[in-house]
Ligand binder design. Structure first.
Ligand code: XIL
Length: 359
């Protein structure tokens, strides 16, 4: 989709010719603006091989993205498909790309109920057996990547929609103990990495899941266990998104219990068909995340979008009727949200006196 000038104008976009997202984020005082990516040829990245050279040029541009995350490659299903059998091929693709292009690597995710190897769910576990399986998994995976992961999403989505613990195989066998074991083990294996609790639906202050995330992290802290950050996935909706003040208030709640937070999987889905109004709402939503992070930069370290190119987004596959959630359309023209963020970063930098904290 090629955007008309009027569409750009509608979105309040004043093109700033050369400024790009990561360089602006750093000027505004964040550590990074990043994009997650998947292994070429797999899953959402199966089609469009003809787009790869243009895609890679954007992904690898150090001014655009200073951080990356493998969207799939380090998940249990792929790294330990059989008990004790490890395969780091897919995780290495993104870890190597980060190294080659000088990007911060967020690693994702050690323990999660989804995309779990089938054997974990079909085994009739004793408590001791499952403890050993968790410890072996974390020891091998976090051990293999030790020194390369700035952050680890140690535990992903352990809360149900009502804010109580999700009844995963881990919880059903071990109860809350599995959460402590997971973080304790990660801290032993990779003490330098920032250890995160990561979840979706924890971006609004009044959400029961936000309260659950605070409770979960506090439980770990009270037990003397290392946890450094809360990752707000931020899979948001263009037509109903949190205000900047809501996001700031939520970050304030996490600040009571952890040193840092990050927006870890940002995308803003639109109900298709896409139109100017919806792109405008989307642009506002992306800008609110930028504003909230920059205005709390003592705790908010950075923003990661969950891929950047619409054809490689997970959204249309998982939420039929939704799409266009990222920043580049199929023809590589940019969404209004891109210039919206560039302009807002510019204003925020200006308001700080134009100073860059890490130039
Ligand atoms: C998604 C991937 O992007 C898809 O390719 C995959 O099929 C399903 O998982 N929360 C998470 C991510 O923590 O790992 C998920 O990623 C999106 C929701």
């Amino acid at each position: 989709m090629r955007l008309s000038t009027s569409l750009l104008a509608a979105a309040g976009a004043v093109p700033l010719a050369t400024a790009q997202l990561h360089e602006l984020a750093v000027k505004a005082g964040l550590q990074y603006f990043g994009a997650a990516t998947d292994t070429p040829g797999f899953r959402e990245r199966e089609p469009y091989p003809e787009s790869y050279s243009q895609y890679d040029a954007i992904l690898e541009d150090p001014k655009e993205f200073g951080q990356t995350t493998p969207t799939n490659g380090q998940k249990w299903l792929f790294v330990e498909p059989e008990p004790g059998v490890f395969n780091f091929t897919e995780g290495d693709y993104v870890a190597d790309l980060a190294n080659r292009t000088n990007k911060i690597l967020r690693c994702h995710a050690l323990v999660w109920h989804s995309q779990l190897a089938p054997w974990v769910e079909t085994t009739e576990w004793t408590k001791e057996g499952l403890r050993e399986a968790i410890v072996r998994h974390i020891t091998e995976v976090a051990g293999y990547y030790r020194g390369r992961c700035a952050h680890w999403d140690v535990l992903n989505e352990a809360l149900d929609e009502d804010g109580t613990y999700r009844k995963s195989v881990f919880y059903n066998v071990l109860g809350e103990e599995y959460i402590r074991l997971t973080f304790e083990t990660a801290a032993k294996v990779d003490p330098e990495a920032k250890l995160y609790y990561n979840d979706y639906g924890i971006e609004r202050p009044a959400s029961v899941k936000t309260a659950g995330a605070v409770r979960l992290v506090k439980m770990l802290k009270d037990a003397g266990i290392k946890v450094d950050g809360v990752g707000m996935q931020a899979h948001l909706h263009a037509d109903n998104h949190p205000s900047e003040a809501d996001l700031i208030n939520t970050i304030g709640m996490y600040k009571e219990v952890v040193k840092e937070v990050a927006f870890t999987e940002l995308d803003v889905r639109i109900k298709v068909p896409v139109d100017e109004q919806k792109l405008q709402w989307q642009s506002e939503c992306y800008q609110k995340v930028v504003g909230a992070c920059v205005k709390t930069k003592d705790v908010c370290v950075g923003i990661t979008i969950w891929d950047f190119y619409d054809p490689f987004s997970w959204v249309p596959h998982v939420f039929p009727g939704n799409g266009a959630s990222l920043l580049w359309f199929e023809d590589f023209s940019k969404h209004p949200a891109y210039d919206g963020m560039v302009n807002y970063f510019g204003e925020l930098i200006e308001a700080q006196g134009g100073n860059s904290t890490c130039s």
